[in-house]
Design a protein around this ligand. Structure first.
Ligand code: FAD
Length: 499
């Protein structure tokens, strides 16, 4: 007989813990006992401020008002990520959310652009990405019901203060019945027969029992690894960055509605603008650069006065061999780590929670559900991993041993295949339920210099004059939309004004 799941214990109160608690409270708060344990002494990882669009859905499902959220978290709008010096030094491109141009019949726009490019008509595909044009002009408005053109509306995510977001979700979750215990767990108690976790024991001896445990304890993986020894698959041969210095600085430079990622000789630097400060960090590979040098590079490339001493974080790229093992599900950093190049970690938290909610067992844990959960989580991690590796592999940089090794490294077979398919006729070969859609792959391929040799024959159906008109029409639509957009700064000031 399966043991019914009535009581769920969440171990950890970082972004992963409180996102899990809030979602469970919303969906299962009336039927399940929910308990969260966190330790102020241990604290949280304290980074993780850039997101991708599905976070807006997460907030909506919880019923959180977007303006209230922006106010509570000092949040800003994110329309994409600018990659500076990645393809080659002095070059930049944006991986923007939203559409690239407009499709022509069944064909993606980049086929049309590629043909125009081959005819010498147009070199710059980015001017057809509404999100990119708005981002570069530092403009944003929430799409209203009255659309001015048939262009896809701006698609956004957020930058936010992760500590404030966790605090916001904590209020949300505790108001809906989640019981919070503060203190350090000193040991995990396993059932002698089936090896399931029965309880966690606090330092004062209190035991917190549960039927299902969500391990959100961060890199240490208190339950999934320390108690269950699940194992970790190391991907550092593909993703050698293993350290980051992080430091906030005062606002300075442009108030960008986008994240900036600037490549450095042995890694890259993030710049995440919030309302009250800028989050910065230098992700680097310690095999290629010493910690002090990495710190100096970060401190020399800030837009404002540092607001704290820089903090060093250590990590290894890879994933837990099983994200769900026995009655423990790892969510967040305890489930694995992919560097924040495409801001995917918080999304991985969200999708793990969604999977838990979909598979939430009424009458007990079923091995078939567990296997399915693990297979999906593994596939998701691997596809995001490959997308990140693409940025390192497809580069012309050869100015440092790090970049020379990245260019020369052997990559996962599946990525190799995708790169060959795209380089041939511009087709994106991916499976349907992947996180990154064709439009993301296309922008990163083009931005990293993977230009297809040819294009789809549908793009040849237009005469040269029609082709020029088609492109001009998209540019005109973007210009028309742009004329109505306020600045990002004005948008934030208006939405966050005291009510
Ligand atoms: P943590 O924040 O580490 O929380 C762990 C929790 O477990 C804490 O509450 C701690 O007190 C508790 N705990 C641990 N042990 C015990 C114990 N023994 N007893 C009681 N409690 C315990 N993600 C993005 O989406 N975008 C980004 O831009 C981004 N940037 C990043 C940059 C860096 C350098 C790093 C390292 C990560 C970044 N991430 C980013 C990832 C993001 O920070 C995490 O995914 C997110 O914060 C979730 O962390 P967590 O809640 O799993 O772990």
């Amino acid at each position: 007989m399966h043991k019914p799941i009535r009581s769920i214990v969440i171990v950890g109160g970082g972004t992963a813990g409180w996102m899990s608690a809030a979602a469970l409270a919303r969906v299962a708060g009336k039927t399940h006992k929910l308990h969260l344990v966190e330790s102020e002494e241990i604290g949280t990882v304290g980074v993780g401020e850039a997101t991708i669009p599905p976070i807006a859905t997460f907030n909506r499902v919880l019923g959180i008002d977007e303006d209230e959220f922006l106010r509570a978290t000092n949040g800003t709008i994110k329309l994409g990520i600018e990659f500076k010096d990645w393809y080659r030094q002095g070059h930049r491109y944006m991986h923007a959310f939203g559409a690239l141009g407009r499709p022509l019949g069944m064909t993606h726009f980049h086929h049309v652009w590629r043909r125009a490019n081959a005819l010498g008509l147009d070199g710059d595909w980015e001017q057809y990405v509404y999100n990119t044009v708005a981002a570069r002009a530092l403009r944003y408005a929430r799409p209203g019901p009255q659309r001015r053109t048939p262009l896809e509306p701006l698609t956004h995510a957020f930058h936010f203060d992760a500590g404030l977001y966790a605090a916001f979700l904590r209020r949300f979750a505790t108001e809906r019945g989640v019981v919070r215990t503060e203190g350090k767990i000193r040991r995990t108690i396993l059932n002698a027969f089936n090896g399931h976790v029965e309880a966690v024991e606090m330092e004062d001896g209190t035991k917190i029992e549960g039927d299902l445990f969500i391990d959100c304890s961060g890199f240490r993986g208190l339950l999934i690894e320390q108690a269950l020894g699940t194992g970790f698959e190391d991907w550092s041969h593909w993703l050698p960055c293993d350290r980051a210095w992080a430091v906030p600085c005062a606002n300075g430079g442009e108030f960008t509605p986008y994240t900036r990622s600037t490549a450095h000789p042995a890694g890259w630097q993030w710049r995440i603008p919030l309302q009250h400060r800028i989050g910065n960090g230098h992700v680097f590979a310690s095999r290629y650069m010493g910690e002090e040098q990495a710190r100096d590079i970060l401190m020399a490339n800030l837009d404002g006065t540092p607001q704290a001493e820089p903090r060093l974080l250590r990590f290894t790229a890879g994933r837990r061999k099983k994200m769900w093992n026995r009655n423990v599900v790892a969510v967040g950093l305890s489930s694995g780590f992919l560097e924040p190049l495409e801001s995917t970690s918080i999304h991985l938290v969200q999708s793990a929670i969604t999977r838990i909610l979909m598979a939430l067992p009424n009458d007990g844990i079923d091995a078939v559900e567990v296997d399915d959960f693990n297979a999906k989580a593994q596939a998701e991690y691997e596809r995001i991993r490959d997308f990140i590796i693409l940025h390192y592999k497809a580069t012309e940089r050869d100015d440092s041993p790090f970049w020379r090794d990245c260019r020369a490294m052997e990559i996962p077979e599946e990525l190799e295949r995708r790169m060959r398919v795209f380089a041939s006729h511009g087709r994106v070969s991916r499976v349907f339920d992947e996180l990154f859609l064709d439009v993301s792959w296309i922008q990163v391929f083009l931005g990293q210099g993977v230009i297809p040799r040819s294009w789809h024959p549908l793009a040849d159906q237009l005469s040269e004059t029609e082709l020029k008109e088609f492109l001009a029409e998209i540019k005109a639509m973007i210009a028309h939309e742009m004329a109505a957009l306020p600045t990002h700064a004005d948008f934030i000031a208006r939405q966050c004004a005291a009510r």
